[in-house]
Write a protein that binds this ligand. Sequence first.
Ligand code: ATP
Length: 254
Amino acid sequence: MAAQRFQSSTIPIVRFAEIGSTNAEGLERLSRGEAMPAWLVADIQTSGRGRRGRPWTSELGNLFATLVLPNPAPVANLAQLCFVAGLALRDAVVAAAPLLSLDTLKLKWPNDLMLDGGKLAGILVEGGSDRYGRPAAVIGFGVNCLHHPEGLPYKATSLEEAGAPTAPDRLLEALDLAMAVRLNQWNAGNGFPSIRTEWMRYALAIGDQVSVKIGEREVTGRFESIDNRGAMMLRRRDGIAEIVTAGDVSLQPK
Ligand code: ATP
C-alpha cells in the first residue's frame, strides 16, 4: 500500500471560541466516522487536559490545537506519533519564534517541550479506531504563547516570558507545515528510526543520570536512548537496562 502523503494547508481548520477540550472533540468526531484530517483550534479550553486527565490551563492568548488523523499511517504505531509531533512542534517554534535562543529548547520525554528549564508546551496523543477498525488518533498541542501557570511543582514558561512573543495563529501556521513534513518523514518506509535519531538530538537529559518514578518505584540510571515504541532505555548503575514505557511516568533530570 502506498504511504499516505500529508500536505500542509490542505487540512481544514475548525475554530472554536471556547470548547471543553479540542482532543475530546477530536475523539468524538472520530467515533462519529470523521474520515478526513482536520485541525480543531480553540481560543480557550474549559477542560484542557494532559496525561491521565491532569488539567492543562487554557487561557486566551495561548495555542490549543488538535490534529485529527483518521488514518495516521499504513501501519500505525501510535506511541511513535508523540515523538513525530514533538519534533514538529519544536520545528514550528523555531520557525515562528526566531528570536528564541535555541540551545535551551529541549524535548522532554515523552511529551513536553521545555524552554530554559520551564515547561513551554505539552502534547497529548490519544488513539483509538475509526469505524472500520483502522487505527486513528488525535494529537493535541497546548503551547504557552502568552501565559503560563505559576505555583506548579515545576517551572512553566511562555514564549512571551522568553522575549519571543508569538501569536497563536502564527505558531499554528508553522505547526501545520511542520506536521506535514514530519508525518511524511515518518510514513516514508522506515521513517521512525530517523525521527528517533533527530528527537534524541534535541532531548533533555539524554546521556545523563535521571530518575523516573514508576508508580511507587523510583528507577535511577543513564538515559541512553528511546526504542522503536518510544520507550526510554535507562542503564542502571548495576549495568542492567530498564525499558520504561510512557504510561504515567515522570522524568526528573538529576
Ligand atoms: P510530568 O511533567 O509530571 O511528567 P506531564 O509532562 O506528562 O507530567 P501532562 O500530564 O502532559 O504533564 O500535563 C499536565 C500537567 O502539566 C499538569 O499536571 C500541570 O502540572 C502542568 N500544566 C498544566 N497546565 C500547564 C501549562 N499551561 N503550562 C505548563 N504546564 C502546565
